[in-house]
Design a protein. Structure first.
Length: 229
């Protein structure tokens, strides 16, 4: 069963979430006696909140993961081009023996080589090797030899490896993004709880300290003001 997509519970940058969470931790540390006595929120739980924030800020950002993905994708493109060149090198010799309208030529399946998907290109490269060896006697006078097929086989291997590496990077990025969202949501939930406790503590006794816990509200108000200006 396919896992349901995880959605962020907050609609502001991760950097803002981290700063807001650290501000709330600082305030809660100041008021920890009241947190502990009235709400059973102790230093151990606050430390856990702080540790999650540190893990969050140390996680690789999606821009980093996208950059890694782009690097291996470029390498895959290079490997694909080398594979196409190796295929064309063989087919140039095949055309010396067969017209491209003959069945023997078409058995190689290299039509529209530039439009093939990655899987089709890899399949094509291996098919060219197999078909060429099956028709070895007919191709002997074209200059085609085992070294050409070995070169093509190595190009297939290099391309398949590049494909796998790229697919792994895509999967790693997806997993990392999901993990970051999961952790961000946990931090957001804890942030709201800490702020709610802090506001409840000071609601009737200290307006300044109460307002200090309105981190999320004040952030949203700043956004509304900026949007309207």
């Amino acid at each position: 069963m396919k896992k349901q997509k995880v959605n962020r519970k907050y609609n502001f940058p991760d950097a803002d979430l981290y700063q807001m969470a650290m501000d709330s931790i600082r305030l809660a540390q100041r008021d920890l006696d009241r947190f502990r006595a009235g709400y059973q929120y102790d230093g151990h739980r606050l430390k856990g909140f702080h540790d999650r924030c540190q893990r969050f800020v140390e996680m690789p950002h999606d821009d980093e993961l996208l950059g890694d993905q782009m690097i291996v994708t470029d390498k895959k493109y290079d490997a694909a081009e080398k594979l196409r060149h190796a295929i064309r090198s063989v087919m140039t010799r095949v055309r010396m023996a067969y017209s491209n309208r003959t069945g023997r030529y078409r058995k190689f399946g290299t039509a529209k080589l530039g439009d093939m998907t990655d899987a089709q290109l890899l399949f094509c490269g291996r098919r060219v090797i197999r078909v060429a060896r099956a028709q070895w006697d007919f191709l002997a006078d074209t200059g085609l030899n085992e070294s050409h097929l070995e070169r093509l086989a190595k190009a297939c291997q290099a391309f398949e490896l590049a494909m796998n590496i790229q697919q792994d990077k895509v999967a790693d990025r997806d997993i990392s993004v999901e993990s970051r969202i999961d952790l961000g949501n946990l931090i957001y939930d804890e942030l709201i709880l800490v702020c709610d406790i802090g506001k409840d503590i000071w609601a009737e006794t200290d307006r300044a300290k109460y307002d200090a816990y309105c981190i999320y509200d004040s952030n949203m108000e700043q956004k509304r003001i900026a949007k309207g200006s």
